[in-house]
Structure formats: structure tokens, C-alpha cells
Design a protein around this ligand. Structure first.
Ligand code: EPU
Length: 306
């Protein structure tokens, strides 16, 4: 089947922020062949392309994106003992849930993380001090210049805090294989429930937002004379949500956008917010935190079309 190419497709509905103008071209894909065709199409039009994933960590501009948005809708997940193969378009929480039902432990922390496997691999999604790469075995990639597909072994990959080789390289993530540890199924389910309960307690889950807006700055990026709670020195990172709270911006509203009262690193589309409203809130938070703490917050979210 040929790929379907839609023109001027509104992107708001494909993002968890529910914000953003149209994509010049929008191509949903169901297979690796579709992805290759979509990338070829972008090249033929001389346009840039991006993969949207679950649209969970993305702020799309009000003007939209003048390129090709590719949305991998291949949700395949398959199991082979402790090895789990998931298409980049698979829903992360579904993969984790299916693994947990089989007593496969390693990513129980990720059940409450929205988005796709591809997005989690690219951004090295994490929570509770754990991250996606700890469970990765191999990643299946497409080289966009040669259209060659190959497997990258774990030792060919580099990653860091909310960072991976894929943020610095045009390689396209097609799928990932995870290596989990078989444990008692009930224990695995309990782990998942405990992580989810902790998340529900501290984060506004289910709201229109993009997860954490900022990365937590490393303790060493602060000027030496700034006083910070001792616990942050042990953890090495200072929670951006705490910094936003310290500058009294929780509940702050600009247009339709609000900083959550539950967690200062969650910015909500509370009332038909525009991308411009969110950008103004982000700018304000960065300014206030810089004035008080001398540190520049760095976005974890990705901007599209700005
Ligand atoms: N805190 C505040 N005020 C706030 C938010 C947090 O004082 O408004 C304090 C908390 O009381 C706690 C500390 O900051 O002492 C850490 O808070 P939390 O446990 O909520 O973790 P976080 O550092 O804010 C990180 C990740 C989350 C992940 C949680 C759970 C980043 C940027 N955030 O948040 O990841 O879910 O840990 O482990 O690394 C994401 O990346 O999108 C994300 C949500």
C-alpha cells in the first residue's frame, strides 16, 4: 500500500500539550518500508522531516512546521524469553505492561511515562533514578543517507541524562530490543504499582502537558556561593520543579497556560493555550531562576517549528 501523505494536517491533536499549528506534510507509517518511502518523499521535496513519536515531549509552534512530520504507527511488541522487541511506534506503557504481566522486570518505572518506545530511546526517558538505556540490548536503525537498516549493539550506543546518540545524529530509530530480568510476576506488578503511586502523588498525570519542561540542572552548574539543600548535593542534580517553586511561579498563568501547583516542572495547557503562551511562561521561569540562582534552565522538551 502506498503511504498516505496529508497536507496541512493540524498537529495539536498529535501532541499531549494539544497545542500547535499544521504540518506542511504529515505521513503516518505502519512499516519500515513506509518509513523509507516517507523519508524519500521529504528528500524529493527538499524538506526537512521529523518523527513525532507520541508527541509527549514536544511543543509545536502556533505556525506549525514547514516540513514533513512522520508518525510511526507500527505498535508491534513481541517477546522472546527475557528479550522484548518493540517497534519505535509501540506505546511505551503497553510494552511495559505486557512485560510485567510476564514477570519481566526492568522498566516498571516507565508505566506512567506517556509516549512511544522511539521517543523514550531518543530522549533516554527515565524516572526514580532509572532510565531507558539500562534495559536496552540493541537498537534497529535506518541510515537516512543510504537507506540502510542495521542493528546497533548496546556498546555502540552512547547516552546520558535525558540524552542519547540519537539526539546528535540523523539515524532513525526503527525499533529497540530490551533485555529484562525474569522475576516473580506478583513482585513485578507490585513494583509497577509502587512507581505509579509515587508518580500520581507528585505529578499532574493525565493533564494536557508535556511532562517535565526542563532538565534538572547538575549541581556543578550553580555558582559556588548559592546555598542549596544538602540532599541535592547527594543526588548531584537540583530539581527544576523545586527551583520554579522557589521563585514563586507555581500556579502562575499566562494566557491559557499555567504552571502546575502540584509540580513546578509541569506546564499545563489549562485553557486553550497557544504555544506563544507556553513560551512566555518558559522564558519567565528561566529569567526568574537565573536571577535567584545564577543557573540557566535547559529545556527537556523539544521545540518544533520555531
Ligand atoms: N519538588 C519541589 N517542588 C516541586 C517539584 C519538586 O519542591 O514543584 C521537590 C520534591 O519535593 C522532591 C524533589 O523536588 O524533593 C524531586 O521531585 P520529584 O521526585 O518530583 O522529581 P523531579 O526531579 O522533579 C524527576 C524527573 C521526572 C521523573 C521524576 C520521578 C527530570 C527533569 N524529571 O523529576 O521525569 O518522573 O524524577 O522520579 O529529570 C520527565 O522527564 O518528563 C519527568 C517527568
Amino acid at each position: 500500500m502506498p503511504i498516505s501523505i496529508r497536507e496541512n494536517e493540524p498537529l495539536a491533536r498529535y501532541t499531549t500539550f494539544k497545542i500547535g499549528g499544521p504540518a506542511r506534510f504529515f505521513i503516518p507509517t505502519k512499516s519500515e518500508e513506509d518509513i523509507i518511502e516517507a523519508v524519500r518523499f521529504a528528500a524529493s521535496q527538499n524538506l526537512p522531516y521529523i518523527f513525532l513519536g507520541g508527541g509527549t515531549n514536544t511543543l509545536v509552534s502556533d505556525e506549525g512546521y514547514r516540513g514533513v512530520v512522520i508518525r510511526n504507527e507500527d505498535r508491534t511488541v513481541s517477546f522472546n524469553g527475557p528479550l522484548v522487541y518493540a517497534s519505535a511506534g509501540a506505546i511505551l506503557a503497553v510494552m511495559v505492561h505486557e512485560a510485567v504481566q510476564r514477570g519481566l522486570s526492568g522498566m516498571e518505572w516507565a508505566f506512567g511515562v506517556p509516549g512511544t518506545v522511539g521517543g523514550a530511546v531518543r530522549g533516554n526517558a527515565g524516572a526514580f533514578g532509572l532510565s531507558t538505556y539500562e534495559s536496552i540490548y540493541r537498537v534497529r536503525v535506518l541510515q537516512p543517507d543510504s537507506y540502510r537498516v542495521r542493528m546497533l549493539d548496546r556498546d555502540e550506543l552512547t547516552w546520558g541524562y535525558r540524552d542519547s546518540i540519537f539526539k546528535h545524529n540523523p539515524l532513525i530509530i526503527l525499533a529497540a530490543e530490551f533485555m529484562f530480568t525474569p522475576i516473580d510476576i506478583e513482585q513485578c506488578k507490585t513494583n509497577l504499582e509502587l512507581y505509579l503511586a509515587r508518580k500520581k502523588e507528585s505529578q499532574p498525570l493525565g493533564k494536557e502537558c508535556a511532562g517535565c519542561v526542563f532538565k534538572n540542572p547538575h549541581i556543578q552548574s550553580f555558582p559556588k556561593d548559592v546555598s542549596l539543600p544538602i540532599e541535592f548535593f547527594q543526588k548531584e542534580y537540583v530539581p527544576a520543579g523545586w527551583l520554579v517553586e522557589q521563585v514563586n511561579l507555581k500556579h502562575h498563568v499566562i494566557g491559557g497556560a499555567t504552571i502546575s501547583g502540584k509540580h513546578g516542572n509541569f506546564f499545563l495547557n489549562a485553557n486553550h493555550a497557544t504555544a506563544a503562551d507556553v513560551v512566555q511562561l518558559i522564558t519567565l521561569a528561566k529569567e526568574r531562576v537565573y536571577e535567584k540562582f545564577g543557573v540557566t534552565l535547559e529545556e527537556e522538551i523539544v521545540y518544533l517549528g520555531f
